[in-house]
Ligand binder design. Structure first.
Ligand code: UDP
Length: 420
């Protein structure tokens, strides 16, 4: 039994998903902590106390808890503001652990913000650090026109140090291994490739007609689905341009093709800057006269999302970069073909022409062409759906936990010899 302090400073595993700064990492931490807890490990996930109605300590499952650490005011904050309060977070976390009289064998930290907390805690507690970045600042910098979060220099410096100091680094794909090696000079022996997982009981094939009936959707429409945080990096504007181009080439499709965009806060009082982004996207929809074809649902819980995956003919994942791409995997587990971009983990998850189609990132024409192929060819759709389901079977949270358990054992065996 390993006692794990899991650090996920800005991504609470119990957060409402699909809104600003909450998505795949929250799901990853939640599922991994639960699965490890079921196996008898003791897992405490430490995260910033963001919602005032959340209890200080919340159970996640057997042997797994979420501990909310107060630091600064409640509510959503940009990541750099979270960074400014990290010392306070760390102090309060230490205070909490001292009061409970608990001890841990290992620290597992997620993202650069948590890496910085782990840096203080590891020598203090005399335990090794396992680090997973989820996304890397240097990779994001390469694909974004501007440093929207104003974080990149600080972030990259913290990531570099974490690469040097952690006992082990978890990479979600072999592509991330290359990025860690080339951009961060990481030692190969430290990096362990452990892909992400999916819950096959939740995301499973269902008859499309049944899913559409439950959602009250037209049984005859051709439905494209997008799921994700509403951020530039997810490529949603590329997808809207692709749809515009498809309609200008084939106007007859306007009557039958619908795009459903799931994610984001629709109510401006929830998140002003995100609803501003949705406003921009609506302008793009208007420019291409696609109002009847595009619907924004806002964020949805995962059981409802499972119905949308099953209802869709194709799921588009047009991200500019993606360390893994849980949305693609969830769609595949539901037997829905994915058209994704040839970036990061997506290109290792999706086998082009077998379990989905891959197109270059940022290329609206290529995306339009691939979507049109899937929509226009039922045999191809069937072929990709089968391939997707077969592929998804290789990725479950149980398998992720198997590999993480092995990694913990390895790190703990090596720990006494390590300088920590
Ligand atoms: N998600 C959700 N509701 C939404 C939008 C997204 O539950 O409205 C979940 C989705 O099921 C997936 C995660 O958020 O598990 C997004 O993960 P992904 O790896 O695709 O993207 P990330 O957020 O990590 O960039």
């Amino acid at each position: 039994m390993t006692r794990v302090a899991m650090l996920s400073v800005h991504a609470c595993p119990l957060a409402h998903l699909g809104g600003r700064d909450s998505g795949g990492m929250n799901v990853y931490v939640r599922e991994l902590a639960r699965e490890l807890g079921r196996r008898g490990h003791e897992v405490d996930v430490f995260t910033r106390w963001r919602e005032k109605d959340d209890p200080r300590i919340q159970p996640l499952g057997p042997n797994a808890r979420v501990v909310h650490i107060p630091s600064g005011p409640m509510g959503y904050w940009p990541k750099m503001d979270v960074y400014e309060h990290l010392d306070e977070f760390t102090e309060r976390l230490i205070g909490h652990v001292d009061t409970e009289g608990k001890a841990y064998d290992l620290l597992h930290s997620h993202y650069w913000l948590s890496a910085e907390v782990a840096r203080t805690l590891a020598p203090r507690w005399g335990v090794p650090r396992v680090q997973m970045f989820h996304t890397l600042g240097m990779v994001k910098r390469e694909v974004m026109d501007e440093d929207v979060d104003g974080e990149s220099d600080v972030r990259v410096a913290i990531e570099r140090r974490a690469v040097r100091e952690s006992a082990a680094i978890v990479a979600a794909s072999r592509i991330e291994v290359g990025e860690l090696r080339e951009l961060y000079e990481a030692e190969r022996a430290k990096i362990h490739v452990i892909p992400c997982g999916v819950d096959p009981a939740l995301f499973r094939p269902m008859r499309q007609a049944d899913a559409r009936e439950r959602l009250g959707r037209d049984p005859c429409e051709q439905m494209i689905l997008f799921v994700g945080r509403i951020e530039q990096i997810k490529g949603i504007d590329v997808l809207l341009r692709a749809l515009g181009s498809l309609f200008s080439r084939r106007p007859e499709l306007r009557g039958q093709v619908r795009l459903v965009v799931v994610g984001g806060a629709l109510d401006p009082s929830d998140d002003a800057s995100e609803s501003e982004k949705i406003h921009e996207l609506r302008r793009l929809v208007h420019e291409h006269r696609m109002e009847p074809n595009v619907a924004f649902t806002g964020s949805l819980d995962q059981p409802t999302l499972a119905l949308y995956y099953a209802a869709a003919d194709v799921c588009a994942v047009p991200s500019l970069t993606e360390s893994f791409g849980l949305v693609a995997l969830e769609a595949m587990a539901c037997g829905t073909p994915v058209v994704g971009t040839r970036v990061g983990g997506l290109q290792t998850l999706i086998e082009d022409g077998r379990s989905g189609l891959l197109v270059p990132a940022g290329d609206a024409e290529a995306l339009a062409g691939a979507i049109a192929r899937v929509l226009g060819d039922p045999r191809l759709r069937m072929h990709l759906a089968h391939g997707a389901r077969d592929r998804a079977e290789h990725y479950t949270w149980r398998m992720v936990a198997d590999r993480v358990e092995e990694l913990y054992a390895k790190v703990l065996t090596a720990a006494p010899a390590m300088e920590i």
